[in-house]
Design a protein around this ligand. Structure first.
Ligand SMILES: C[S@@+](CC[C@H](N)C(=O)[O-])C[C@H]1O[C@@H](n2cnc3c(N)ncnc32)[C@H](O)[C@@H]1O
Length: 155
């Protein structure tokens, strides 16, 4: 089985796509929390501008992914708190959570700690200057290399 970790699940669209592959065991982390600092999400936040709406999104994701029950695990909380508690190593980590520079950098650093030896980290939304800056620095500061948006450990 391939262990797949997604940081930032939102409505579970990517999760549902990934779980079509029966060889994947998926773990998704999201805080589903209304936060006025999430300026980069303002198109979504316009419609999700209360905690009740985020709670509904969380519930809808649980429902959506329930058909994959034994292969999908959802953890609600900030990646900063949750990732350090993970006990497995992941073959694929899809980083698509906090898009601020600090948030993206932290998610990358935390991801490296739970990345399997031959695993890869895929970073979404590199067109955000904040995410791109975090990505670039992370690659420079760690024993990793990248091809496009995909990071692997240096051998
Ligand atoms: C762009 S959306 C994710 C979209 C999803 N990956 C997809 O492709 O279907 C970003 C998500 O990251 C979540 N997020 C932002 N900061 C977070 C944090 N510190 N910890 C966990 N989730 C966070 C937000 O709640 C939001 O749902």
């Amino acid at each position: 089985m391939i262990k797949y970790l997604e940081i930032g699940v939102a409505m579970g669209e990517h999760a549902e796509l990934v779980l079509r592959d029966r060889n994947i065991y998926y773990t998704g982390i999201d805080q589903w929390k209304y936060d006025t600092t999430m300026e980069h999400e303002k198109n979504k936040i316009e419609n999700w501008n209360t905690q009740e709406k985020w709670d509904d999104v969380y519930k809808s994701v649980l429902k959506k992914l329930s058909k994959f029950q034994d292969r999908a695990s959802i953890i609600r909380g900030s990646s900063r708190d949750v990732v350090p508690t993970l006990v497995h190593k992941y073959d694929v980590i899809y980083v698509d959570g906090d898009h601020s520079y600090e948030g993206a950098k932290k998610d990358l650093e935390l991801s490296l700690d739970v990345l399997a030896e031959d695993g890869k980290i895929i970073v979404d939304d590199l067109h955000y200057p904040s995410v791109r800056k975090a990505f670039k620095e992370f690659v420079e500061e760690n024993e990793v290399q990248h091809k496009g948006d995909t990071i692997i450990k240096k051998k």
